[in-house]
Design a protein around this ligand. Structure first.
Ligand code: ASC
Length: 127
């Protein structure tokens, strides 16, 4: 899939950047700093569910490096668990945002954010 390791690094960074964009843009709504437009949020979360599936295939053997700690490979089981937890949190955010219920969205949004942070704390190099 990737001819060179740096292509995998580029791919996971690009997909993570898009995830950050589509996740982060909802933060003002979750914090009640912007109005809750249920349809707009649901549409954005639909995009996010697709993006959220992308990075994990770009962490294959031999692609160590970039901003990822060696632990993502040495603790492959823990890394897989963390990415599965993230995907599950995204699935719950999809259900919540489709419901149009603000509080359900807010809670699910917060849980996705915790999942981002847990994995970054464990497996992303300190910046
Ligand atoms: C973002 C982003 C992250 C997460 C994290 C949530 O928007 O880029 O890495 O949210 O900060 O805790």
């Amino acid at each position: 899939q990737f001819a060179k390791p740096e292509q995998a690094v580029n791919y996971r960074q690009a997909s993570m950047s898009l995830i950050g964009s589509h996740f982060g843009r909802m933060a003002p709504v979750a914090k009640k700093e912007a109005p809750y437009d249920a349809a707009a949020i649901a549409k954005n979360v639909e995009v996010l569910t697709v993006l959220a599936a992308l990075p994990w295939g770009a962490f294959g053997a031999g692609t160590e490096g970039g901003e990822t700690k060696a632990e993502a490979w040495s603790d492959a089981q823990g890394f897989k668990q963390a990415t599965d937890d993230f995907t599950a949190a995204i699935d719950k955010l999809k259900v919540a945002s489709d419901s149009g219920d603000f509080d359900a969205f807010r809670v699910a949004f917060g849980n996705v954010g915790k999942s981002c942070k847990t994995c970054h704390d464990a497996y992303r190099k300190e910046k």
